[in-house]
Design a protein around this ligand. Structure first.
Ligand code: DGL
Length: 279
C-alpha cells in the first residue's frame, strides 16, 4: 500500500539518544507527525553483535511500519552501522517502498567537508567502531582523510543511566578524548546519538580548536529530501504531533526523555518486542 503525507515519520534508537535526532527533526520539519521508539529493554546496543542488531532493527522496522510510518529514521549509530542494509533488504522483500535513513552518512559528509587538516576523530560505541562503517564512509568520501576511532564502552550507559555527572565521569570522558587530542584532529564525529547530550563536557575537554559533528541536521535534510521526492511532505500548517514507545519502564523513559528533549513527552506506551532479549 502506498504511503500518505499524513502518516508519521518514525525514529528509533536503543534509548533516549535518538531524541537528539528527533529534536532536529522537530525543529527542521515542524509540521510532520513523529513516532519515536526507544528499545530500552535491550539497551545498550553498543555491546551487541551485528546479528542481534540486525534482528532487533528489522523487528522494530516492522513494528513502526505496521503502526503507519511513512519513513524510517535509524537514529542509532550501532544499528545504522550493522543493520541499514538488512532493513532495506527486508522492506524490499516484503514489498514496502519506504525510505530508511541512517546516521553514519550524514555525520561523515559534514565532518569530511568541514575538515581543514584531513584528520578526523570518532567517538562511538564498541559495536559501531568494530563495524568499520565510519572508516568505509570516510574513505568513500575522501581517501586522503585520516579517521582516528575511539570506542567508548561506558559513555552511552552513563548518559542513559540519568545520574548526575561526577569527577569519575569526567575522568572517563577525558580518557576517551585523549587519543583524539594526541592525533590533533580538527573535527570529532559524535558517533553515538547519546553523546550530543554531553557536548559541553566533550567540547571543554577537546578544546576550542575542535568542531563537534553530529548527525541531526544532516538527517533532517535527508528526511526532507526523501519525503519531497515522493510527494510525502505533510501539508498541514500547524505543528505536528509526536508520541513515544519504549520496551521497558515507561515512567523512567518519560522522566529521562523529558529532561533531554526539553519538551513534555506526553503519551509514552510500552511495546513488547520478541527478538532475543538480553541475557
Ligand atoms: N545511541 C546509540 C548509538 O547511536 C547507542 C547507545 C547504545 O549503546 O545502545 O549508537
Amino acid at each position: 500500500m502506498a504511503s500518505r503525507p499524513d502518516q508519521p515519520v518514525a525514529v528509533f534508537d536503543s534509548g533516549v539518544g535518538g531524541l537528539t535526532v528527533l529534536h532536529e527533526l522537530l525543529v527542521s520539519l515542524p509540521t510532520e507527525d513523529y513516532l519515536y521508539l526507544g528499545d530500552t529493554a535491550r539497551f545498550p546496543y553498543g555491546e551487541r553483535t551485528p546479528e542481534e542488531l540486525q534482528a532487533f532493527s528489522v523487528e522494530i522496522a516492522d513494528h513502526l511500519l505496521d503502526a503507519g510510518a511513512k519513513l524510517l529514521v535509524v537514529a542509532c549509530n550501532a544499528a545504522s552501522s550493522a543493520a541499514l542494509g538488512a532493513i532495506e533488504r527486508h522492506l524490499l522483500e516484503t514489498g514496502r517502498e519506504v525510505d530508511v535513513i541512517g546516521v553514519v552518512a550524514p555525520a561523515t559528509q559534514l565532518a569530511v567537508a568541514g575538515s581543514r587538516t584531513g584528520r578526523i576523530g570518532l567517538l562511538a560505541t564498541p559495536a559501531t567502531v568494530a563495524s568499520g562503517a565510519y572508516e568505509r564512509a570516510v574513505n568513500a568520501a575522501d581517501p586522503h582523510v585520516h579517521l582516528e576511532s575511539v570506542p567508548c564502552p561506558d559513555l552511552a550507559p552513563i548518559i542513559q543511566g540519568g545520574v548526575a555527572f561526577d569527577a569519575e565521569v569526567v575522568d572517563t570522558v577525558r580518557r576517551y578524548c585523549q587519543p583524539l587530542r594526541a592525533a590533533a584532529v580538527d573535527r570529532v564525529i559524535l558517533g553515538c546519538t547519546h553523546y550530543p547530550l554531553v557536548a559541553p563536557m566533550l567540547q571543554r575537554i577537546l578544546g576550542r580548536g575542535v568542531t563537534l559533528v553530529t548527525s541531526g541536521t544532516g538527517v533532517a535534510r535527508s528526511v526532507e529530501r526523501a519525503l519531497a521526492s515522493r510527494a510525502l511532505l505533510n501539508p498541514q500548517l500547524e505543528e505536528g504531533a509526536y508520541r513515544f514507545l519504549c520496551t521497558a519502564d515507561v515512567e523512567s523513559f518519560r522522566a529521562l526523555g523529558t529532561r533531554f528533549l526539553q519538551m513534555p513527552l506526553g503519551e509514552v506506551a510500552k511495546v513488547e518486542l520478541g527478538a532475543r532479549v538480553a541475557a
